[in-house]
Design a protein around this ligand. Sequence first.
Ligand code: NAD
Length: 439
Amino acid sequence: MSNTPEQPAATVARLRATFRTGRTKPLEWRTGQLRRLREMLTEQGPELAAALHADLGKSRTEAYRTEIDFTVREIDHTLDRLDDWLRPEPAPVPAHLGADATAWTQYDPLGVVLVIAPWNYPAQLLLSPMVGALAAGNAVVAKPSELAPATSAALARLLPAYLDTDAVAVVEGGVPETTALLAERFDHIFYTGNGAVGRVVMRAAAEHLTPVTLELGGKSPVFVDRDTDLTVVADRLARGKFLNAGQTCVAPDYVLTDPETAAALEPALTAAVEAIYGKDPQASEEYGRIVNERHFDRLTTLLDSGRTVVGGGSDRTAKYIAPTVLADVDPESPVMREEIFGPILPILTVSGLDEAIAFINDRDKPLALYVFSESEDTRNRVADETSSGGLGHGLPLAHLTVSDLPFGGVGESGTGNYHGRYSLETFSHRKAVLNKPLS
Ligand code: NAD
């Protein structure tokens, strides 16, 4: 055995050879791989949780809830339904083809697919797309994020121990390794991360006419209507925003509300942060850390973009930034120029719903948009007059836990989607078949 790592071309060729044998196509292989992945998560959950703690200070509860158990649920949802989803779907045939002609669609696996994951939910965002890729009968090259090195190493060790190594390969590394992988021909590339690299991925894919799914980010706004129960709003907002220290692609990025509601929301958010993380969030086991110094430094420059309502403190050695709420924030301030991706929540004031809708529509289409309103008319207006990857009424983040909903962005926040049946669609070709009997 040589210790030289396999070159990307050799990895892809090896997986392609397996795919050509037809081994990954039967339902039994697909469900077998999903069951093995489930076993990996249940047996090795503690090791993955420890790696997530090392990379992001994630508490065990959060690691299980948002990464390990999340993926197990996705597997169970798929295992329960895959047979049904794969059934060919009949299509009505026009009269000119005769009464004996039949037509249907069937799902074909694509071949060898590449899944590239980011660091913020480094297990979930590698494994959950893999659930769809395997369910669809593909061979998979999985590229974890180098910025979550402990989780990357754990997955590189564990996945080959549980899955069919002739059809699944893990390639660790950063830009050079990913660049080398992207030079290869894949049948689909599923990328989660930022839009700048999304463009790199799409350009590389274009060389081979490879289809892509781009799960990107952006600034996800929140609209808080007047006359809502601000204790409930603040609690849900704080939980959604400060989970994983704000490093969540669908985290509420900023709040739009009228001046009176903003004034009342400030103490409610202060109370919510304290109720969730205590007086000193740095001492709370439930509160995470910033992934690295680069992101820490980027985020601390944003802390003086407004008046501090709560938080504002930081500790570079511990990569800790307090859950922070800023008020009186100018739309042109640094914190509003890019996706925050950290524990800073700016509140911006608008005169009301019309201005909030205009504000949202003046900017890139967000990955998620959240509305807190008792008014059905307001909720409907936001739904009808704005465009976003997903829309959450009354509860941030949770729409992505509904496996029967597609999860993905639109415009700058991404292209394509996945979860549940939508993952099967993403990782399959829906083939059109017509059958006209010869006699
Ligand atoms: P990251 O830095 O870990 O990058 C993601 C992946 O791209 C990594 O595997 C990395 O190795 C690879 N990569 C980086 N530079 C590359 C290059 N030049 N060429 C080829 N590959 C390269 O993660 P990130 O981009 O910082 O992730 C944060 C962003 O991802 C945020 O914008 C966030 O909103 C978004 N995000 C989106 C989702 C979603 O589901 N839509 C989920 C999580 C994060």
